[in-house]
Design a protein around this ligand. Sequence first.
Ligand SMILES: O=P(O)(O)OC[C@H]1O[C@H](OP(=O)(O)OP(=O)(O)O)[C@H](O)[C@@H]1O
Ligand SMILES: O=C(O)c1cc(=O)[nH]c(=O)[nH]1
Length: 218
Amino acid sequence: MIEIRNISKEFAQFIVDDGIIKFGEFTLKSGRLSPYFFNFGSFNDSAMLARLGSFYADTIVKEKIEFDIIFGPAYKGIPIALTTALALHNNEAGNVGFAFNRKLQKQYGEGGNIIGASLAGKKILAVDDVLTSGRTIKETKQLVENEGGILTAFLVALDREEKGSETALSALEEASKAYNVKIYVVARITDVVAYMSDVADKEQNVTKIKEYLNVYGK
Ligand SMILES: O=P(O)(O)OC[C@H]1O[C@H](OP(=O)(O)OP(=O)(O)O)[C@H](O)[C@@H]1O
Ligand SMILES: O=C(O)c1cc(=O)[nH]c(=O)[nH]1
């Protein structure tokens, strides 16, 4: 019998077991105060980075995401774009172009704020670490359009499954509709909660995430 992979479950296990999910008090970009944090900076060695890239690449293949260029919004999107492009290449899924931006415009040398493949006239898949309010999707769309590209897809490792700020929709649905972009995720916070609920000594932190989701969850 062929066993079907559950990429979301595997990713939840990876980020819990390797301590990527932190607990404490964290102020988010949205201003919300969260008891947990998906800490991208903890993917801090080559083995973890390569494994992370495989999760993005496997999701791209599984979801049959169509795009011309992978774009990584600064800062954390930059290493994600690189490791995803390399993972796709190593999977023999193909050779893909990638680009990323500088947060500050460079005034000398080659100048500008985009590095890598040209986005002009291309279908862009942006990659990022986490989706909370969707504000970064709006910012990325603007960056891509400034270069003449079309942001068609956005892939994040973790959807925190929070509510949107403008409508009754989730942040993901709200952003997808407002910016006309398909949003894909490797895993959701409920996958993380499900995995943590099966592991000893995680009850307190599971309760904290659930309490947070009772307030800010979709
Ligand atoms: O859905 P949102 O509410 O936009 O929140 C999620 C974004 O916030 C953080 O980025 P930040 O702007 O802090 O960027 P950096 O640390 O990668 O520079 C995070 O890396 C996501 O990109
Ligand atoms: O919303 C954010 O700012 C945010 C949430 C999270 O879990 N991790 C992160 O790096 N940023």
